[in-house]
Design a protein around this ligand. Structure first.
Ligand SMILES: C[S@@+](CC[C@H](N)C(=O)[O-])C[C@H]1O[C@@H](n2cnc3c(N)ncnc32)[C@H](O)[C@@H]1O
Length: 225
C-alpha cells in the first residue's frame, strides 16, 4: 500500500480518507507516486490533494506560463503542466539530475514534455536569469517547494515575474506545525515563520494560508497602486 503524506496535521485516518478515497489521481500519477515511494526522501513529494489543488489553480487562472521551484521526481510539475493549455510553458528549477530524470520520463509519457523547460541550477540563478531576460510580469503562476531558507528570495523573484492577478503557492508553510510554536527555533522554521508574517503584512498581495498538507500559502499579486 502507498504511504500517506506524513507531515499533514490532520489525524491519520482523515488524511488516509482524503488521499486514498477522495483525491483523484490518473494511473500515471499513481505510478509516479509508487515509484517515488521507494526513494529515501519520498516524503518530499506533494500529496494527491495538493496536486489537484495546483491543477485547479492553474485552470482557474487560465494560466499559460508557470514557474516551479523544486521539482524532485515530478509530481507537482506533472499536475501543473497537464493543466496548462497546449502551447503553455512551465519552467522547472531543480539541482538534481538524478531525481529530475524520473520526472522527465513521466512528462514524456504524459505528453507534456514540450511544455516544460527544466533548468538544472540553483533556483536563485534561474529566477535571476528569467528577470534579466525580460520575464518580469509575464508569468501567471508559481509554485515554491524547495530549500526553505531561500523561500523569501524565491517569493520576491516570483512576485516580480508574475503579472498582476498572478498567484504564488508556497508549500510547507506550516512546517509540521513548528512555525506555530514560538519557542521552537532552527534556520528553516525561523525562515518560514518570518515569511508567513511578511506575507500577512505584504500590501502587494492578497494571501491565505491553507491548512492543506503541510500548509500551502497562496499569495495573489495585486495590481500596482
Ligand atoms: C520538496 S522537493 C520538491 C517536491 C516536488 N514539488 C514534488 O511534487 O514532488 C524539493 C526539491 O528542491 C530541490 N532543491 C533544493 N535546493 C534547491 C536549490 N537551491 N535550487 C533548486 N532546487 C533545489 C531538491 O533537489 C528537491 O528536488
Amino acid at each position: 500500500m502507498l504511504r500517506v503524506m506524513s507531515r499533514s496535521l490532520v489525524p491519520d485516518a482523515v488524511e488516509r480518507y482524503v488521499a486514498m478515497e477522495i483525491s483523484r489521481e490518473t494511473p500515471l500519477q499513481r505510478r509516479l507516486r509508487e515509484e517515488t515511494s521507494h526513494l529515501p526522501l519520498a516524503g518530499m513529494q506533494i500529496g494527491a490533494d495538493q496536486g489537484a489543488l495546483l491543477a485547479m489553480l492553474v485552470r482557474a487562472l487560465a494560466a499559460q506560463r508557470a514557474i516551479e521551484v523544486g521539482t524532485f521526481t515530478g509530481y507537482s510539475s506533472l499536475a501543473i503542466a497537464s493543466a496548462l493549455p497546449a502551447g503553455g510553458k512551465l519552467v522547472c528549477c531543480d539541482v538534481s539530475e538524478e531525481w529530475t530524470s524520473i520526472a522527465r520520463r513521466y512528462w514524456k509519457e504524459a505528453g507534456v514534455a514540450d511544455r516544460i523547460q527544466l533548468k538544472l541550477a540553483p533556483a536563485s540563478e534561474t529566477l535571476a536569469a528569467l528577470i534579466r531576460d525580460g520575464g518580469t510580469g509575464t508569468f501567471d503562476f508559481a509554485f515554491i517547494d524547495a530549500d526553505k531558507s531561500n523561500y523569501d528570495a524565491y517569493y520576491e523573484a516570483c512576485l516580480r515575474l508574475l503579472r498582476a492577478g498572478g498567484l504564488i503557492a508556497l508549500d510547507n508553510m506550516l512546517w509540521s506545525g513548528r512555525v506555530a510554536d514560538p519557542q521552537f527555533h532552527d534556520d528553516d522554521t525561523d525562515a518560514l515563520r518570518a515569511l508567513n508574517a511578511k506575507i500577512r503584512d505584504d500590501g502587494r498581495v492578497d494571501a491565505c494560508l491553507m491548512t492543506v498538507g503541510d500548509g500551502v500559502m497562496l499569495a495573489q499579486k495585486r495590481p500596482p497602486q
